[in-house]
Design a protein around this ligand. Structure first.
Ligand code: ADP
Ligand code: MG
Length: 497
């Protein structure tokens, strides 16, 4: 007998429909899965067999062929177990389910028949809705996450033994949708911990206000890593749609549990990371750190220790806000709108050339800083030269708290949204929008002078304007005045690098 079931396979951070066809007929007992399954899918045979037997079903002593259509699509992961089991039960006459064609199933099976949670449940339920399914059976643990999607009935299932009950119309209560945290996590590290460093504080505030990228250069132990980790706490809360985007990515990478990552992501990959780990890669493509940092902060500590090809790979996605991963089967686009924050020592020994104790040879310093001044540097908006805090500063009282800074940042963001549209910030202004900025003649003259003297690139010119616009937004000024431009140019200064 032949039976079918609907399920999905995860592809990047979205899901694609898969139809499971099971044929059970007389012949030598065998169990084959065809249709480009990966190892995890092929191993479904053993899980499905054990789960069915241990839940009191009969495993047909026949020739079983499972076809996963479309055959050209690569199927990955164990999330198709449940659909295979359901179709097999129907094909062997053990499950009567009127209207099962309109229901999708997704879930991994344990040997005792428990339905285990799967990564990407949110994307799968969204895909089921797009695919026109009326309901979808999901692992009980994924219920709250699945309910976020809306528009399709969610049927949580704890064990494969519950399938006949579901088929007979037994329904438990619909799961409550997961509550998406949007604001900063209570008890998260606070900017009050950063003592002294007035310049760095200002740079952090401007960067947060306009979504600008920031490079901190200074000796070790001055508070660079400490400052970066406080950045999410001064960023505005996520909008509802943004929170859903963050949740979708967290779900697809299996990090969305009951305790949702509240607020904006903060990712700080180690400098030994590969290019694929940073921007995404593999078959099927897996999101990299830049996608995990979507709508949040990507912090590259010890920037000069990263491999050059890894940093180069960052350039295009940084500007586009998405990364395209080309595979033979097609190109996947993954979102990656993040704030880049980087930190570096000024030279290999960390003291800086101006320090008489610096033992670094000139060529070593040059090679080290080469990574800073390359094409990536052109894409960094702010440069903060960090110095060691003085004895009174480091021993003094706490600095301004994150909440106070965040209020100013939020006010500046509101002005940007009024001008540019919901959820957008100055760092994302298009060239046309930059041209539309109101610039006082004095401010324009300052920039023109610098452009000619330093032979800036066109990109650097526009970046200065974007930054000046943010300084003006923080001050509540309608246009970019001379004062704002001077401040912006100061924040972009690279005399120490
Ligand atoms: N400006 C500062 N204010 C408060 N603590 C600081 C400051 N600078 C350094 N520290 C202390 O030194 C530790 C190391 O600082 P860190 O941020 O890792 O330095 P860096 O990244 O610049 O090498 C911090 O965890 C903190 O305890
Ligand atoms: Mg550090």
């Amino acid at each position: 007998m032949l039976a079918t079931a609907r399920t999905f396979t995860l592809d990047g951070i979205s899901a694609r429909p898969v139809r499971v066809e099971v044929d059970v007929h007389r012949g030598l007992p065998a169990f084959a899965i065809v249709g480009l399954p990966d190892t995890a899918v092929r191993e479904a045979r053993e899980r499905v067999r054990a789960a069915l037997v241990n839940c009191g079903f009969e495993f047909p002593f026949s020739r079983i062929v499972v076809n996963l259509a479309p055959a050209s699509l690569r199927k990955a992961g164990p999330g198709m177990d449940l659909a295979i089991a359901a179709a097999l039960l129907r094909a062997s006459g053990q499950l009567e389910w009127e209207g099962m064609e309109r229901v999708a199933l997704a879930g991994e099976l344990a040997l005792d028949g428990q339905v285990r949670p799967i990564p990407g449940a949110l994307a799968i339920v969204e895909a089921a809705r797009e695919d026109g399914a009326e309901a979808i059976v999901v692992p009980a643990e994924n219920g709250p996450e699945a309910a976020l999607a809306g528009g399709v009935e969610v049927l949580p299932l704890g064990s494969v033994a519950g399938l006949p009950g579901l088929a007979a119309g037994e329904r438990g209560p619909e799961p409550e949708p997961l509550r998406l945290g949007t604001g900063p996590v209570p008890g998260a590290p606070d900017l009050a911990d950063l003592r002294g460093q007035p310049h760095l504080r200002h740079a952090l505030e401007v960067a947060a206000a306009g979504g600008h990228s920031l490079l901190m250069v200074g000796p070790p132990g001055a508070g660079k890593s400490l400052a970066a980790s406080r950045l999410p706490s001064i960023l505005p809360p996520l909008g509802e749609a943004e929170a859903l985007e963050v949740a979708r990515i967290a779900s697809a990478t299996g990090r969305l549990g009951v305790g949702l990552p509240a607020g904006r992501p903060f990712r700080a990959p180690h400098h030994t990371i590969s290019a694929a780990g940073l921007v995404g890669g593999g078959t099927p493509p897996r999101p990299g750190e830049i996608t995990l940092a979507h709508r949040g902060v990507l912090f590259l500590d010890e920037l000069c220790e990263f491999r050059r090809d890894v940093l180069e790979a960052l350039r295009a996605p940084l500007e586009a806000g998405e990364v395209s991963i080309a595979r033979a089967s097609g190109t996947r686009r993954l979102p990656c709108r993040f704030m880049l924050v980087a930190a570096s020592n000024p030279c290999p020994c960390g003291r800086g050339e101006s320090d008489p104790d610096c033992t670094c040879q000139a060529f070593a310093v040059q090679r080290y800083q080469g990574k800073l001044s390359g094409a990536l540097a052109d894409r960094i908006d702010l440069l903060a030269a960090v110095v060691q805090p003085s004895a009174t500063e480091i021993g003094g009282g706490a600095g301004e708290s994150s909440a106070a800074v965040r209020d100013r940042v939020c006010a500046a963001r509101e002005r940007q949204e009024a001008r540019l549209g919901l959820g957008r910030c100055n760092a994302e202004m298009t060239a046309a929008e930059v041209r539309r900025c109101e610039v006082a003649p004095g401010a324009a003259a300052l920039l023109a002078d610098l452009y000619a003297r330093r032979r800036l690139s066109g990109r650097a010119h526009d970046r200065a304007l974007r930054l000046a616009r943010t300084v003006a937004d923080l001050a509540g000024a309608p246009g970019i005045g001379e004062e704002e431009m001077a401040q912006a140019l100061q924040l972009r200064r690279r005399d120490r690098v």
